[in-house]
Ligand binder design. Structure first.
Ligand SMILES: Cc1cc2nc3c(=O)[nH]c(=O)nc-3n(C[C@H](O)[C@H](O)[C@H](O)COP(=O)(O)OP(=O)(O)OC[C@H]3O[C@@H](n4cnc5c(N)ncnc54)[C@H](O)[C@@H]3O)c2cc1C
Length: 561
């Protein structure tokens, strides 16, 4: 059995920031199912928000975030996010992050959606990549133990607290138990529940689903962000930075149609508003080939695109066959971000003793019903650092949890049996792939940008049928190295659990707020719905309940842009 004081599951920005923080005072290990520098954080382009500008203020950042969240964000958590922002940006700089500079040498900042000031700190349009590599280098330097391509499968509970993890080493095809005094989940989002998503293949919500199965509370799962600008066909993200640097959205008539939906902020309205506007234009017949609109950078000039948006240009040339310097890009909205997640307090503590969480897997909640561009990367480093501090503190205060042989034996038994199982001799009628394809298409078509009660009801019923089909599949067990078929099978199981919670939450919430838009209930309803949705695992699937929203400074107002 392997032992560590603190075990972090996830090698993205949240996990590595937590690891670095813990490493100052305790033994810490990072488990990551993909090599850490391949975590989805590395794909982030746009930037990290922080109120560094002379005219900007932490107060303004708090207000923009509360308003952006459609008043569902917890204001005590938002205060922490915004107040810690400037300090963390400078800490990252001291670690070696090469932020893009202004002519006078200061850290440059760009406009991102829903912000009153240019607030996004960036490194060209490789922001996530640059910070991820810096944190990884620093982690290695400080002796953080890394288990790459090891998968968390189960959290082991003893006396009501989490005391260890059952994990799978993909290369050696072996199960291991890791004992730890505190476990931090930093496993990212579940974008792969949708057929149209900007998320990497690893974003299958493992940590959320495993925490839920272990008894943790998930919160606000019905709030799913759809990014307005992804390349038509592949759904590769075109960063909000493209609009932040001055890009226009145009329909078939050449019109900057955002004037109709957000006359003040135009293209830089929050994502929920822009994504719905694009769908509406397409639906009303002003989309190209009936499917997409244009993101036009042709007026920006080659020099600016080369300096500030080199990756956007490269991706458009490679994957859409257009050079945005001279031709507008075809774009459509797609799933992008998980607002909901494992419920935590402002220190990352979940409802289960011994288990903490930070980053996209967690719901603190700083984004409420809609996240602003640049606030997620900020969340990973601010709350990664906090959760690391908390874990280091807890191991000083709390006794080491017990983990009995019996618990370990019982947990390992079915998994070891799986490795000895034989694949069926004859071809099967059903497959993980078929279930996955139906689930992701269903989620995009019926639990997407526009939702209705009847479509959601149908989605819940069909997800139930998909779960039943999934349970009948034979797991591709076999003890062979790099058995991705087994991982695929397990991931589809996580995504089915989460999809069910998302769809049920969306069906229950009979209002429209932030990214959750019900055509049959188009208005926000503060009287009945100004509360979080909590989901716990029950005997018959998820049980939903209400949680109160922390309102410290700003009473809900109408949200216009
Ligand atoms: C294309 C794209 C661009 C974005 N751009 C921006 C931006 O400009 N600004 C912004 O604020 N936000 C942006 N976001 C959102 C932001 O990047 C993410 O929310 C954030 O990086 C998530 O970081 P994380 O550390 O929580 O998780 P991730 O970076 O997703 O890392 C998750 C980690 O968990 C590990 N893991 C998962 N499951 C398991 C398991 N079962 N066992 C072991 N390990 C596991 C993975 O290996 C990985 O290391 C973007 C997102 C995308 C998809």
């Amino acid at each position: 059995m392997i032992m560590h004081e603190v075990l972090i599951v996830g090698g993205g920005l949240a996990g590595l920031m937590a690891a670095l923080t813990v490493s100052a005072s305790a033994d810490v290990a990072v488990l990551s199912k993909v090599y850490p520098t391949r975590s989805h954080s590395g794909a982030a382009q746009g930037g990290f928000n922080a109120a560094l500008g002379e005219d900007d203020s932490i107060e303004a950042h708090i207000f923009d975030t509360v308003k952006g969240s459609d008043y569902l964000g917890d204001q005590d958590a938002i205060e922490v996010l915004c107040a810690d922002g400037p300090e963390v940006i400078l800490e990252l700089e001291r670690m070696g992050v090469t932020w893009t500079r202004r002519a006078d040498g200061g850290i440059a900042q760009r406009s991102l959606g829903g912000a009153g000031f240019p607030r996004g700190c960036f490194a060209a349009d490789f922001s996530g990549h640059v910070v991820l590599h810096t944190l990884y280098e620093q982690s290695l330097k400080r002796g953080v133990k890394v288990y790459p391509e090891w998968h968390l499968l189960e959290l082991l509970v003893e006396d009501g607290g989490v005391a260890g993890a059952l994990v799978y080493d993909l290369a050696r095809a072996r199960f291991e138990v890791i004992r730890a005094r505190q476990i931090i989940l930093a496993t990212g989002g579940y974008g792969r529940a949708f057929s149209k998503t900007t998320n990497g293949h690893a974003n299958t919500g493992d940590g959320m689903a495993i925490a839920y199965r272990t008894g943790a509370v998930l919160s606000d799962m019905e709030f799913v962000q759809f990014h307005p600008t992804t390349l038509y066909g592949t759904n590769i993200l075109v960063s909000e930075a493209a609009r932040g640097e001055g890009g226009y959205l145009r329909n078939t008539e050449g019109e900057r149609f955002m004037a109709r939906y957000a006359p003040e902020k135009m293209e830089l309205a929050p994502r929920d508003v822009v994504a719905r506007a694009i769908f509406k234009e397409i639906k009303e017949g002003r989309g190209f080939d009936g499917h997409y609109v244009h993101l036009d950078l042709t007026h920006l000039g080659q020099a600016l695109v080369a300096e500030r948006l080199p990756q956007v240009r490269d991706l458009a040339i490679r994957y859409a066959g257009v050079d945005p310097v001279s031709v507008p890009m075809p774009i459509e909205p797609a799933q992008h971000y998980s607002m909901g997640g494992v419920r935590t307090d402002v220190w990352g503590m979940t409802t289960l003793p011994g288990l903490l969480a930070a980053g996209e897997v967690a719901n603190v909640s700083v984004h409420g019903a809609n996240r602003l561009g640049g606030n997620s990367l900020l969340e990973t480093v601010v709350f990664g650092r906090r959760v690391g501090k908390k874990a280091a503190e807890l191991i000083q205060q709390e006794p080491s949890p017990n983990l009995s042989r019996e618990t370990v034996r019982r947990a390992l038994e079915p998994w070891n049996a799986l490795l000895l199982s034989r694949l069926p001799d004859s071809p099967q009628a059903d497959s993980t792939f078929a279930v996955r394809r139906e689930m992701t298409t269903l989620m995009t078509n019926q639990v997407g940008v526009f939702r209705t009660g009847s479509e959601l009801e149908d989605a819940v019923a069909r997800l139930g049928q998909l779960k039943a089909r999934y349970q009948k599949l034979s797991p591709p067990g076999q003890a062979k190295p790099f058995n991705y078929a087994l991982m695929d099978y397990l991931e589809v199981g996580y995504l089915l659990d989460l999809s069910e919670i998302i769809a049920r939450g969306a069906l229950a919430r009979t209002e429209s707020r932030g990214a959750h838009y019900r055509l049959d209930y188009p208005l926000r309803d503060d009287r009945n719905w100004l509360h979080h949705t909590f989901a716990r695992r029950g005997g018959e699937g998820p049980e939903l309940s209400e949680g109160s929203v922390a309102i410290t400074r700003y009473q809900p107002q109408e949200r216009g842009y």
